[in-house]
Design a protein. Sequence first.
Length: 442
Amino acid sequence: MSSYVRRKTPGNTDWFVHDRFGMFIHFGLYALPARHEWIKTREKISEEKYQKYFDNFNPDLFDAKEWARQAKEAGMKYAVLTTKHHEGFCLFDSQYTDYKVTNTPYGKDIVREYADAFREAGLHVGFYYSLIDWHHPHFPIDRLHPRRDDEDAEQQDKGRDMKIYAEYMRNQVRELLTNYGKIDVLWFDFSYSTKPGETPYKPWMQFGGGKGKDQWEAEELIKTARELQPEIMIDNRTEIDQDLWTPEQYQPMSWIRHKETGELVTWEACQTFSGSWGYYRDEMSWKSPKMLIDMLINTVSIGGNFLMNVGPTSRGYFDHRAEDALKVYNNWMKYNSRSIYGCTMAEPEFVAPRGTRLTQSEDGKRLYIHLIEYPYAFLEMNNMAGKIDYAQFLHDGSEILFTEGKSGHFSEGATTGDNMVFFKLPQTQPPVIDPVIEIILK
Ligand code: GLC
């Protein structure tokens, strides 16, 4: 069994650390301008101009079952959909606002269609819910708000009552966790509280122009969620640690630990195919197929989950670039998912040879060597002699022969030793990204 003990938290994380791989979905009005999900504040778009996107929101090609099919085929076991992003537009039929999908030309509850379709496909269902809301009349104008530099911003902000907005969030979280069945993950985003001594963006801004757990009334918000769905996993972006740590758009180099106790935590790296979470037509920094696979392997090799994002078009489908990227995962996971599902960081006795990443099954019986840099003909691994019952390539189940102590190729000297194992590999890389050696341990 894995010797790694994760920090105990209120939610049920067992299924999560087994399934490892999920789909993030950023969908909203921002898909129409198609220039990033922060477009409203980046371009300080007026309410009147942004209303055009609401009035024209009609994802006529949206098919939740098709989204679920592509996620499942890519090997993803759960999904997290933006039920409301920073723009404040609700993809669900909320009774607390008119700024919702059921009032657009589309007219139907997308969150319902998503939850039903993904659950039917056997995937766990997660909701992203933005703490930030650039539409709500009681969300105080702050340093991120689209209206922050309006001439009359201070006047606009008068009367905005954060407590009314905090109650609005509790009411909507209650709707989301009551009306859509069992929800497995609640993904809040994000806090930016004003630090002591920090100069406010504008002197008149409430709370110094930032917002954090006190403004969200985060304790009450979390309590509301847990009363409704006690097993739900909640992330840490309210500024109150819960079940999930969420490094974003970077690859940690070691298993994330709790900043006070040093305990290993349950964590998930969230990343994008390109430089944007929302659909961004002209954004060209799409990751290569190898990068996509490397990132998944890197993450699981240090005990993390991997949440890869898709930003659907405003017509409601995944564009060809996203579809092609999902097919890369499909092609790799079809043959290699055994090194991901139910796996975690390898035990300390196993040291990854140069250019490889290791994962190990939770039951300790199987070790996986991911050949990130394909070695010529041999792979040597120290401290492995006597531990291997059988070795094979995972993608085609073909045996990998190995010798112990020496390679028999004039390898005398520093690189030999009784504990060394030499795996004999094809001189050229098999037709698979990051080939995996599966080792059945004695
Ligand atoms: C950042 C982005 C936000 C995105 C989130 C996903 O907070 O600002 O747009 O939804 O990352 O983790």
